[in-house]
Ligand binder design. Structure first.
Ligand SMILES: C[S@@+](CC[C@H](N)C(=O)[O-])C[C@H]1O[C@@H](n2cnc3c(N)ncnc32)[C@H](O)[C@@H]1O
Length: 311
């Protein structure tokens, strides 16, 4: 299996993780193993890396790639289950956690995974191919209001109502099976002048469907909080996001956990039990260098935020 994936902000992530040779690290999003491989290089035989992915193909590929490495543990699961995963492995606390959110180039570039509006395949979009819900089910079964809602909220698509209406009318005649069926239909709805402006006319709807299929935003807040709870003092969490909806969630959680007090302003003295749990390392997100952007245009929307556990 060929697994082409250019790891985003690799050096920035490794530098900021402050890797201790004997420490325990978690890569929540193994993918093609780019970040995991680099973390492994910094670990001694007493160090440990736990690498998680819900995609069977990522796990299979990396098991082969790292077959000579003793100190990596592969877990095929959703990182929303981090607590259970660590419990099963008898690990209480760890020294660093990485989340490189979204999908890998391998997933986008494989026609039958159905993630890409540039490639024809069944509308699938599952990262975990053992789950039932697919993009095809959503497009052919959700009611018009719900479709419109997810296109608006998860895709920030201006033409959400028109596209939902077109889908519902089209599927009365014939099911919408493939990525290109959906692309054709969206092209008929979005005015031509609009097509020329932003990116591809299907980009936002595809993003919205992917988020809905994989519950990407619903699980994020709790997953980040759980991850931070599992960090040793001085341990760092690093999160790479690829769109503003995800980045906003990460920024808000970090800012909240970094607050010392949440009492209303008019209170003369603090009466809350809030404690500052983390230090935000970079107030503004780190962005890919121009060199990286030249090598990998897919990193264009990436943002890296880092925080350190302090209690
Ligand atoms: C952007 S890629 C990671 C690439 C990786 N850092 C590398 O350098 O090769 C994201 C990976 O995370 C996985 N993933 C995304 N959300 C996940 C979740 N909630 N639980 C487990 N894996 C997830 C995807 O299946 C995908 O393989």
């Amino acid at each position: 299996m060929q697994f082409n994936h250019f790891s985003v902000m690799l050096n920035e992530c490794i530098d900021a993780l402050n890797i201790k040779q004997n420490g325990i690290y978690v890569d929540c999003t193994l993918g093609g193993g780019g970040h995991s491989g680099e973390i492994l290089k910094h670990l001694s035989n007493d160090g440990r890396l736990i690498s998680i992915d819900q995609d069977k193909y990522a796990i299979d590929y990396c098991k082969e790639k790292f077959k000579d490495k003793q100190n990596i543990t592969f877990v095929r699961d959703n990182f929303k289950n981090l607590d259970l995963i660590l419990e099963e492995l008898n690990v209480q606390k760890v020294d660093g956690i990485l989340m490189d959110l979204g999908i890998s180039s391998y997933q986008i570039d494989t026609d039958e995974r159905g993630f890409s509006y540039m490639r024809n395949g069944q509308l699938d979009m599952r990262m975990d191919t053992s789950q039932d819900l697919t993009a095809k089910y959503i497009v052919n079964n959700y009611d018009e209001q719900r479709l419109s809602y997810i296109f608006k909220v998860y895709g920030e698509e201006k033409f959400h109502r028109k596209i939902a209406n077109k889908i519902v009318n089209t599927r009365r005649e014939k099911p919408i099976d493939t990525t290109f069926d959906l692309v054709k239909l969206i092209d008929e709805v979005i005015p031509r002048y609009q097509n020329k402006k932003g990116g591809h006319s299907s980009k936002k709807v595809f993003q919205a469907l992917r988020i809905e299929v994989n519950e990407e935003l619903d699980i994020l807040e709790n997953s980040i909080k759980n991850a931070i709870n599992r960090l040793n003092i001085g341990g760092r969490i690093e999160i790479i996001t690829f769109h503003s909806l995800e980045d906003r969630i990460v920024k808000n959680i970090f800012n909240y956990l970094a607050l010392e007090c949440i009492c209303p302003k008019e209170f003369p003295i603090c009466k809350c039990d809030k404690q500052k749990e983390i230090k935000v390392i970079n107030k503004k997100p780190i962005l890919p260098s121009s060199l990286e952007l030249n090598q990998n245009s897919r990193s264009a929307s990436a943002k890296l935020r880092i925080a350190e556990k302090i209690i």
